[in-house]
Structures are given as C-alpha cells and as structure tokens.
Design a protein around this ligand. Structure first.
Ligand SMILES: [Fe+2]
Length: 252
C-alpha cells in the first residue's frame, strides 16, 4: 500500500520528536503492509512553516536511517500545505513542498471549520500553473460535513480528494465517518492517507481500512485508492494522461 499522508519526519512538526520515534513508526507501517509513504509535514498552518529545502533534507536523513536499520519502507517527500496567501509565491520560488517533489500535486489543508472563500481562486491559479490540488481529509471539515455538495464543487475545479483512513473506522466521529462513506459510495474519493502522527497516537496503519473499503466498494476500487492513484502522483502523471481511453479524471 501507498500512504499518501503521514507526519513522520522527526523534529519538524507535531509528528515524531526523535529519529528513534520515526523509525518505530516506519517499522509499524511496514508491518501493516505500507511499502511507500509520503512524508507530509504541516506547512503554513500558523504553527509550522516547513520549506521544501527542510523537507528534502529531513527525508534524506530518515531514508539513510531506514537503510541502516534495514527497514524497506520507501519514503517520498511532500507537505500538507494549509491555505495561505503566500502559497503561489512560494511555489514560484521553489520553496513550497509538493507531493513527490514533482511540482504537479499539492496536498492542501483547509481550516477544520470551513472552506475559505479564497479557495476557488486558489484552485484556479494552481491549475493554471499545472498543479493539481489534492484536498486533505475533506470528510473532517465542518462545512463539508454540513453541505457535502461542496465536495462536488471542489471536484469540478479539478481537485482530488484524500480521505483519512481512520475516518472510515470512526476515529474522527460519526459525521466524518458518514461523509467518508458517502464520498466512497459516490466514487468521489481518490486517495487514502493514514495522517499518522506517532507510533501509538494516530499510528501509521491502513490494512484494516483497506479491508473496510474492499468490503464496501470492492478490491478493484481499493487497488486504485491505495496503489494506482498514488502512483500517478509519484510519476507526476497529469489528469487525463493515462492514455488507452483513460477518462480525464483520476481513477476512482
Ligand atoms: Fe496531516
């Protein structure tokens, strides 16, 4: 499985503090069947400003530690970027962490209470720059929980939806669980992330979630969510570039 969203870099955000904690998380992820994990530290969320250069340095350090410990987990750079007025400037200057460091997909976080009014303009400008916005855990947003049709508007603006695995198992309450399943049933989920923060609290686990998704939506859908769509991001494949009659949208 590929985990699209995880706070695993030590000493960067509210994820693990020490390298040993990060290695314990990596062992747990590997044992659960996660083979590739995007390191997506908080960026521009008011508490942490994590420039791309720091992400790349920390990923290189943790990769080296994984190699020394014989842990096969493949670590991929990324960032969870909060909606912020400086996003486009930082993108232009090369200091915004993008998924897989390919500059084509941006994991974008909203405040939990609402969808900021600036979002349609921001999504449009990102698309103009060739960047596909990936919305982090829409099912945990209060406004989208009250008005799920808001997700359709984001989809029409070219965004992909990344749901947190734990939302399906009730870890974030019934409203998040209900919206996660509604989006899954409507075929409006593209990617799943553990959003792991530690080895015990919010751990890097996805196998149980995959079982839930297989039962609800089938093995083929689970394969798309945990393998095919994240691989499109790893390979920086734009929407509609799949060829062979692929629709102009990510596989769902
Ligand atoms: Fe996160």
């Amino acid at each position: 499985m590929i985990d699209l969203h995880a706070h695993v870099l030590p000493g960067v955000d509210d994820g693990p503090k020490e390298p040993a904690d990060a290695l314990a998380m990596a062992r747990k992820a590997w044992a659960d069947g996660i083979r590739t994990q995007f390191a997506t530290p908080h960026t521009l969320n008011g508490a942490y400003t994590t420039p791309r250069s720091l992400v790349l340095r920390k990923v290189a350090e943790l990769r080296e530690a994984l190699r020394e410990e014989g842990i096969g987990l493949e670590l991929v750079p990324g960032g969870e970027v909060h909606v912020h007025e400086s996003i486009l400037d930082l993108l232009a200057s090369g200091e915004l962490p993008t998924l897989a460091d390919r500059g084509r997909h941006l994991l974008l976080e909203f405040p939990f209470e609402r969808v900021p009014g600036v979002v349609p303009d921001l999504l449009f400008r990102l698309r103009l720059k060739g960047v596909t916005p990936v919305i982090a855990h829409p099912e945990r947003n209060d406004e989208l929980q009250s008005s799920p049709k808001g997700v359709e508007s984001l989809l029409r603006q070219g965004a992909w939806m990344q749901v947190t695995g734990g939302s399906f198992t009730g870890d974030f309450g019934t409203a998040a669980r209900d919206l996660a399943f509604l989006l899954l049933d409507l075929d409006q989920v593209h990617l799943i992330g553990s959003d792991a923060h530690g080895v015990s609290w919010r751990p890097p686990l996805l196998a149980a979630v995959r079982d839930v998704i297989v039962r609800r939506a089938g093995a083929e859908r689970a394969r798309r969510l945990f393998e095919e769509n994240p691989r499109r991001i790893l390979e920086a494949r734009p929407r509609g570039a799949g060829g062979g009659g692929m629709p102009a949208a990510p596989a769902r």
